[in-house]
Design a protein around this ligand. Structure first.
Ligand SMILES: NC(=O)c1ccc[n+]([C@@H]2O[C@H](COP(=O)([O-])OP(=O)(O)OC[C@H]3O[C@@H](n4cnc5c(N)ncnc54)[C@H](O)[C@@H]3O)[C@@H](O)[C@H]2O)c1
Length: 335
């Protein structure tokens, strides 16, 4: 199989996980170019791969290396996508893996999706839960049961440490930036939504006291998402916790089975006859990265569980929830 030449755009926190995958995949992947405005980050990434093509931003990297790359991995903060790196990659015909949320600008996202479509390009978005062994188990078991019932989902914790999380205009809010993983998992399990209604609350976190002065992200929000087959999911997001670790994940209650998916840790399956507790065994980011690399090597798009256009549906659902938080209205989706 061809060894792929990869360029990394953004060498911050999340990029580290992809970089760890690529170290393990050294027979299939060579990171040949890295870019980050922060010198220490780009130098550390370059050192990890013995890479000599080091750039301050995506523009320099694409100008110099674009024609030489087999794929790109893009891990930048949500507003940095405004600079059009995916559009340029698509126009240059370079397959890419991009982290969620792929942008906070839905018009830009639509243009990127169209450019990808025009080139028939392989893309992947970092919705890691889809690649999890625990998700595979739910997907295999659920069709044996009558679909219908309630899902309670939660992603509740503290304020993430990155600078861009403090302002909603920089991160999109917790549902768009973080709990979008569970929004996407719901779509993966139950299909396209019918409607969403959401509320949000502020006032627990005090700007300048237990957060940065600029903090204006919602402390918590609740989204009620309806799907076909009488599935109603209530998804709560919260970033006001200090010290405790509330349970996160999805609790799926069908008529004769419960799937208690404890976020990226274990899955408890309960039926009237038995209860099974299954541990996560595989590293889902590695599985996601491996699927992308194999897809680019072979041209087999079916290996990708969340490409750009599919991920865009999760992004639009999360933004519809944001709109509902602002307007107090239920948002219905065209079918
Ligand atoms: N899939 C997941 O589970 C997961 C986990 C964590 C973060 N993420 C996502 O990954 C993205 C990045 O998050 P992070 O925690 O790594 O943020 P970060 O702030 O640690 O890193 C982002 C990096 O991008 C760099 N950057 C910005 N503009 C650039 C440009 N034009 N060219 C090159 N580099 C540029 C920044 O300097 C920074 O080092 C976010 O969208 C986040 O939501 C996904």
């Amino acid at each position: 199989m061809k060894k792929l030449k990869i360029g990394l755009i953004g060498c911050g926190g999340r990029a580290q996980s992809h970089m760890s995958s690529f170290v393990k995949m050294s027979e299939d992947v060579q990171v040949v170019a890295v870019a980050d405005p922060i010198e220490q980050r780009r130098m550390n990434a370059a050192k990890m791969f013995g890479c000599e093509h080091i750039y301050r931003n995506h523009t320099e990297l694409l100008d110099d290396e674009g024609g030489n790359l087999d794929a790109l991995v893009i891990c930048v903060e949500p507003t940095a996508h405004d600079e059009g790196m995916e559009l340029r990659a698509a126009e240059m015909g370079i397959p890419f893996l991009v982290e969620k949320p792929m942008t906070l600008d839905l018009d830009l996202a639509d243009r990127v999706a169209a450019a990808i479509e025009a080139k028939g390009l392989i893309t992947s978005v970092g919705f890691q839960d889809r690649y999890q062994d625990l998700t595979d188990i739910i997907m295999a078991e659920m069709p044996k049961h009558k679909i219908g019932g309630l899902v309670y989902g939660a992603w509740v914790g503290g304020i993430p440490g990155v600078w861009w999380w403090q302002k909603k205009s920089d991160c999109g809010g917790q549902l768009v930036e973080q709990n979008i993983h569970l929004v996407d998992e719901l779509r993966y399990l139950f299909g396209e939504p019918l409607s969403v209604y959401a509320t949000a609350s502020t006032g627990i976190v005090k700007p300048g006291v237990n957060s940065w002065k600029e903090y204006d992200t919602d402390d918590h929000s609740t989204a009620v998402i309806r799907f076909e087959n009488n599935i109603t999911a209530t998804l709560v997001s919260g970033c006001y916790i200090t010290g405790c670790r509330p349970r996160c994940g999805l609790y799926i209650v069908l008529e004769d089975i419960i799937f208690d998916y404890r976020l990226r840790n274990n899955l408890i399956i309960e039926t009237p006859k038995e209860t099974r507790d299954i541990r996560r065994m595989a590293d889902q980011t590695y599985t996601l990265d491996e699927a992308f690399i194999k897809a680019v090597q072979t041209g087999d798009k079916s290996l990708i569980r969340s490409d750009y256009s599919d991920a865009l549906k999760s992004l639009k659902l999360a933004f519809a929830a944001n709109k509902s938080m602002e307007t107090g209205e239920v948002i219905y989706f065209d079918r």
